[in-house]
Unconditional design. Structure first.
Length: 371
């Protein structure tokens, strides 16, 4: 199940010091958005990280939950992957499984990179809250143990990179988005953009090289805000390594972080598999996840759904594919790991058949009618 256009209260995200404060080389690009060569800083190196033979991965070997040192789940959620739906599901599960779900206070602009003192301050804030708890925030991965703090249970979601960009493009061009921001943030909310911005389709945006649809390789600064990639949320807090756009080194670091620290990185594009893996690998928090999800599936699948999204042309897909190579590879890596986790717990047998058996008959009929 794919959540087409789903979530998030914020328009864009930035680092704590603002990207423009970084002392990086200026790019000299020919025409933006078409995968050309340009003058960019040299890429940081990071060791290749790939999976070995699938047979080496048992359920126990793929279980990072056992490494957690505190009863806290840290959901450093990626924008436009369906995180609002998962947060609503976790809030419902909290009542069933006796835990609390909380999130950060909404802001006009996200700060996903923090200086070390601010990182430690956030960790202390989270650990001063009652437990067991799931805490959600748009923020790049933070290594708690580097701050001499107990390791939490890390989770996240990913989404097809091209669909993420399509979703984001029309999400920030929906009038209801700005009305919601105004209601939540008051005078701090950004104003409604001009008509030209609101009516621009993604095909035109990419074809004309509009500033909001540029994909310059290894670019550090994007004045329109960097909504283009999800590796930022897994690479970590090292801006020199993680910031260059579509960087192979950033991708490899993100892969390593997922493999070594994340209990589960799921996707709504594989709903049953994601929920099954969450239930098995993090049972303290996600027991009965499928039951609760399917009982309220109609509600969960419509959280922040955007009805103004349009399809995109094959030409646009090709341009995006050529410029998102490492983003796409990272996404496929996360899906591969999710499938390995699922196969390890199912022993080659499908676990999908029990989903509807757990739903009361009245609910089952309603779901079948909607499908």
């Amino acid at each position: 199940m794919a959540h087409d256009d789903d979530d998030d209260d914020e328009e864009e995200y930035d680092d704590e010091d603002n990207y423009d404060d970084d002392d990086d080389d200026e790019e000299e690009d020919e025409k933006p958005g078409h995968g050309h060569k340009s003058k960019h800083p040299k890429e940081e190196t990071e060791e290749e990280y790939e999976y070995e033979d699938d047979e080496l991965y048992s359920a126990d070997a793929l279980n990072n939950t056992k490494r957690a040192e505190v009863d806290v789940v840290f959901f450093n959620r990626v924008p436009k992957v369906g995180s609002q739906s998962l947060m609503e599901l976790m809030a419902k599960l909290g009542k069933v499984n006796n835990f609390v779900h909380s999130r950060d206070v909404g802001k006009p602009h996200e700060t996903i990179f923090l200086q070390p003192p601010k990182q430690k301050e956030l960790i202390h804030e989270i650990y001063n809250l009652t437990r067991p708890r799931i805490y959600s925030q748009h923020i790049a991965y933070i290594n708690f143990t580097q701050h001499h703090m107990p390791r939490p249970i890390y989770i996240n979601l990913v989404r097809d990179p091209i669909e993420r960009i399509r979703s984001w493009h029309y999400y920030v061009r929906a009038e209801w988005y700005y009305r919601d921001l105004k209601a939540k943030l008051g005078d701090r909310a950004p104003p409604m953009p001009p008509k030209e911005f609101m009516e621009m389709d993604l095909d035109t945006c990419v074809k004309t090289g509009d500033i909001h649809c540029q994909f310059n390789q290894m670019q550090i600064k994007n004045p329109a805000g960097d909504h283009r990639r999800q590796t930022l949320f897994f690479c970590g807090q090292n801006k020199k390594l993680c910031m260059p756009f579509n960087s192979k080194a950033a991708m490899q670091k993100a892969k390593r972080t997922v493999e070594e620290d994340y209990a589960v990185v799921g996707t709504w594009e594989d709903t049953n598999i994601t929920l099954s893996v969450l239930e098995h690998y993090i049972p303290r928090f996600f027991t009965n996840a499928k039951t609760v999800y399917y009982e309220g599936r109609d509600r969960f699948s419509r959280v922040n759904k955007n009805n103004v999204t349009r399809p995109i042309s094959e030409e646009t897909r090709m341009i995006l594919s050529k410029n998102l190579t490492h983003e796409i590879e990272f996404y496929e890596f996360c899906k591969q790991r999710l499938y390995l986790q699922y196969n390890a717990i199912s022993d080659g047998q499908s676990l999908d058949n029990d989903d509807y058996m757990l739903i009361p008959d009245s609910q089952e009929e309603e779901v079948d009618e909607e499908e």
